[in-house]
Structure formats: structure tokens, C-alpha cells
Design a protein around this ligand. Structure first.
Ligand code: ADP
Length: 462
């Protein structure tokens, strides 16, 4: 069932049930109160009639006639009789047999209608006696006779009938109004949802540049629409990245493979001798390929969000000195200097392997870009709540226009030189991801021909 239909039906159902409950409760309460109200009213009327007749009797005494009292009898449909103190009738109006006949006739005429509305249509004839007084002394007796329930039922029926009619009428009006409101409300709710569903279906079918433009004032639906759009945007970005990545990788792999192929072909064609020197060139290309594959593996891990960080608390000062100890012979072999200034006892919570990888990337980069009299200086010290690592070299430096891009994947500043150094353009992007995974920051300052300085800040508030 569509949301629209469901909401409309639920709304009408609620309206319908409310009307039934309200009618039921009001009917019940009115029924309870109404009879007492009518009895009170009747008693009040009888009281007034008695007062009037008492006054009339005081004026006329036993000369009072039926005509004098018949007006009251007719008006109220009752039997009136005045008796003296010896119980002898002085006059009456609407005498009993006539009254009874009249009431019976009326009951027959209305019987059908009454039956359908009231359980109690057979009125019981009742007489009430009132003393007629003069100076607080009884001088005669007034008898008022009436049909008890018939009189009540008829009035009550008319009232209840009107009440039922008004309930039905207001019910119909409410249902129509409810229908209109529910149609409007459910449209207001379901239209944006339909729009969002359509967008989601398009996204599912691979159309990633669609966006939901659902217009709604409902906060939750607005949030859903924004989430769908955000999802589509993320998917689109990832898809773009994936495509760019795939083309970058194939491009990166093609160059060393082409070199290898042409060299192998040269050997096969006898143009090149399979000498140590030539095979070594092949070996260097294979090494480059191996490095590229290793870097790709690392990048994939960070790219796919599979980077697992196992933080441990360790003395980074000590670890840094060990690392420098390992790198010193490599620097020496190339004729470069590796100096350092390390503040002792800096504790840090970090993944030790990732720390080594970061340092390895920075140090091997500096070796690549050092020239004669090359020198690298490592600084480590505490600054506020951070451990600050500085790796500074006096190598080739980076051109100003390249600086903003060197942390991007596959970005290599100086292509001609990089080809020789065997760089993949992935090292710094991996380094940056690793630093940021530890809530740290990395930035670079460099001057072409003068040198490069990488600064890393890692939180260390221990
Ligand atoms: P690569 O594997 O090519 O070194 P990186 O991501 O590590 O890739 O570095 C990106 C680019 O930044 C390099 O191609 C190089 O041009 C530049 N670069 C990085 N480190 C240095 C440095 N210490 N001195 C000069 N240039 C550097």
C-alpha cells in the first residue's frame, strides 16, 4: 500500500473513531442529565400553575369554573382538578377519560417513531396533589394528572433526534475536512519521499550525478534527502578517484614495463649483450616496479580505509636514535652527512611501525634529492602538547609551483630527475595519511637549490 493511501486511510479512520467516541460519550452524558432536567422543569411548571390557580381560587372561591383552568390544562397537556376539603370536586379540566383517550391516540400516531428512538413509550398516568392555601391554611386541593414518561420521552426524543442529526452532520463535515487535510498532509509527506526514492533508485543503477531536490519542511525528510545527496556525492567522488587511480596505476606500470620489454628485446635481437651491466639496468627497473607495487599496496590500504593503527606508548626519542643509527651507514655510503638533535624522554602514543615508515619515507626522499656535500638534519623536541619532528636537507629543493601538490598521489615534481631516482609519487601521500591517522599534521618548506624542510607534529600530552 502506498504511503499516500496509508496516511489518508489512517487519518480518516482516526477521525471516524473520534466522532463515534465523542457521539457515544455525549449521548450517554446527555441522556443521564436530560431526564432529570425535564423532571425539574416540569415540577417547576406545576409549581407555577399551582401558584396561579391558588391565586385564582382565592379570588373566585368555589365559583371557579373549568374555563378558568382549562388554559393551563391544554397548554401543558395535563389533567387539572380542584377538590374541596371534603373531597368533592369543584371543577376540572381535560377530564380523565378524555385525557386518556387523547394520550392513547397520540401514542398510536407516534408509536412507530417513538419506538425507534425510545425504549419507554408507554407513559404511566400519575397524579400529583397540591394544597391550595389561604394564610398558610389549606382551603382546597389541586390535582394535576399527567402521563409520566410519555411527556418526557417526546421532548427527549426531539432533543436526542436533533442531537443525533447534528452529530451525523458534524461527522460528515469532519470526515470531508479530514479527507482534504489528510490528502494534503500525506501528499506533503509522500511527495518528497517519492522524489528521494527515485533518486536512490537512479543512484543504485549507477547514475551517480543525480541529486534529490525534495522540497519539504519536515526536518527528518530534509535530513534523509541531504544524506542521499551526500551519499551520491561520496560515491561519485570515489568512483572518480577509482577511475583516476586505475588510469594512474596502468600509466605508472607501463613505463618500467616498456623499458624492460625494449631492453629484453634488444638482448634477444642480439643488439645488446646480456652482460652484467645490461642485466643490472633490467634489475633496477625490476626494483622500481617492486617499489611501485609495495607503495601501491600501502596506498590501497589507506585508500580503502583499511589502515589499521595499533598505538602503543613508547619513547620516541630512543626510537628516533635507533633509526638514525640504521640510516647512518646508508648516508655515509652516498657521501652524505646525517646530523641530529634529539630531546630525551619524549613519550608518544603511536603505531611504532607507522612511525618508522614515516621516517623511512622522509629520509629516503632526502637521500634521493641530495647533491654533493649533501646533509640531512633531524630535530626532535617537545612543543606544547606535541612532539615536533623536523627533517631538513640541503638538497635540490622543490619549485614553489610544485609545493602545493607534492602530497598528492603520483605527483612527482621534477619528472626527468624522478625517473632516475625511481620515485613513484606515492611516498609523501602515504606519509601524510599516516601522520593524519595519528591526529598529526605535516607540512613542507622548500627553496629550489637550497633545501627542503619537512615538519611533523604529533600530539604527545603525556
Ligand atoms: P617520490 O616517490 O617520487 O619521491 P613522493 O610522494 O615521496 O614521491 O614525493 C613527491 C615529490 O615531492 C617528489 O617527486 C619530489 O619531486 C618532491 N620531493 C619530496 N621530497 C623531497 C625532498 N626532500 N627534496 C626535494 N624534493 C622532494
Amino acid at each position: 500500500m502506498s504511503l499516500n493511501k496509508k496516511l489518508t486511510l489512517s487519518f480518516i479512520f482516526v477521525v471516524f473513531i473520534s466522532i463515534i467516541i465523542i457521539s457515544f460519550i455525549s449521548n450517554k452524558m446527555i441522556n443521564d442529565k436530560f431526564d432529570t432536567y425535564l423532571i425539574d422543569e416540569r415540577n417547576k411548571k406545576f409549581e407555577t400553575i399551582k401558584e396561579n390557580i391558588n391565586e385564582l381560587f382565592l379570588q373566585k372561591g368555589s365559583n371557579i369554573t373549568s374555563d378558568d383552568i382549562s388554559n393551563y390544562a391544554k397548554m401543558e397537556d395535563i389533567y387539572i382538578e380542584i377538590k374541596d376539603l371534603k373531597d368533592v370536586m369543584i371543577c376540572n379540566a381535560n377530564n380523565k377519560p378524555y385525557h386518556r383517550k387523547m394520550m392513547n391516540k397520540r401514542m398510536k400516531n407516534h408509536g412507530k417513531m417513538m419506538n425507534s428512538y425510545s425504549k419507554d413509550t408507554s407513559g404511566v398516568y400519575v397524579e400529583k396533589t397540591f394544597p391550595l392555601l389561604q394564610n398558610e391554611k389549606q382551603i382546597a386541593t389541586l390535582i394535576i394528572g399527567y402521563f409520566d414518561t410519555a411527556h418526557l420521552t417526546e421532548a427527549a426524543l426531539i432533543f436526542k433526534n436533533t442531537l443525533t442529526k447534528s452529530f451525523i452532520l458534524s461527522g460528515i463535515i469532519t470526515i470531508i475536512l479530514g479527507l482534504l487535510i489528510s490528502v494534503f498532509l500525506s501528499k506533503e509527506l509522500s511527495n518528497p519521499l517519492i522524489n528521494i526514492t527515485e533518486t536512490a533508485n537512479l543512484i543504485r543503477n549507477g547514475n551517480l550525478n543525480v541529486r534529490s531536490n525534495a522540497k519539504t519542511s519536515t526536518r527528518e525528510i530534509m535530513e534523509l534527502s541531504n544524506s542521499i545527496n551526500y551519499l551520491a556525492e561520496t560515491l561519485e567522488k570515489q568512483e572518480l578517484l577509482r577511475k583516476r587511480y586505475a588510469s594512474d596505476i596502468s600509466h605508472e606500470l607501463r613505463t618500467p614495463l616498456t623499458t624492460l620489454k625494449s631492453h629484453v628485446e634488444a638482448i634477444m635481437d642480439g643488439v645488446w649483450e646480456p652482460s652484467y651491466k645490461h642485466l643490472n639496468i633490467l634489475m633496477v627497473e625490476i626494483d622500481n616496479l617492486t617499489k611501485l607495487v609495495d607503495d601501491l599496496k600501502n596506498t590501497f590500504q589507506t585508500f580503502e580505509g583499511e589502515l589499521s593503527i595499533n598505538k602503543t606508548l613508547f619513547d620516541i626519542s630512543k626510537e628516533m636514535k635507533n633509526l638514525i643509527f640504521l640510516f647512518t651507514p646508508i648516508f655515509k655510503k652516498e657521501g652524505f652527512k646525517l646530523n641530529y638533535s634529539i630531546e630525551d624522554n619524549i613519550k608518544i602514543s603511536m603505531d611504532k611501525d607507522k612511525f618508522k615508515q614515516i621516517m623511512y619515507n622522509l629520509l629516503s626522499n632526502s637521500i634521493k634529492y641530495l647533491d654533493k656535500n649533501g646533509e640531512v638534519k633531524i630535530n626532535l623536541y617537545r612543543e606544547n602538547d606535541y612532539a615536533k619532528i623536523i627533517v631538513e636537507d640541503n638538497g635540490s629543493g622543490i619549485r614553489d609551483e610544485d609545493i602545493p601538490y607534492i602530497f598528492e598521489r603520483f605527483y612527482r615534481a621534477d619528472m626527468s630527475r624522478n625517473r632516475n631516482t625511481g620515485g613513484t609519487g606515492l611516498g609523501l601521500s602515504i606519509t601524510k595519511t599516516l601522520v593524519e591517522a595519528h591526529d598529526g599534521t605535516i607540512y613542507v618548506e622548500s627553496k629550489l637549490g637550497i633545501g627542503t624542510r619537512f615538519t611533523i607534529l604529533i600530539p604527545s600530552n603525556i
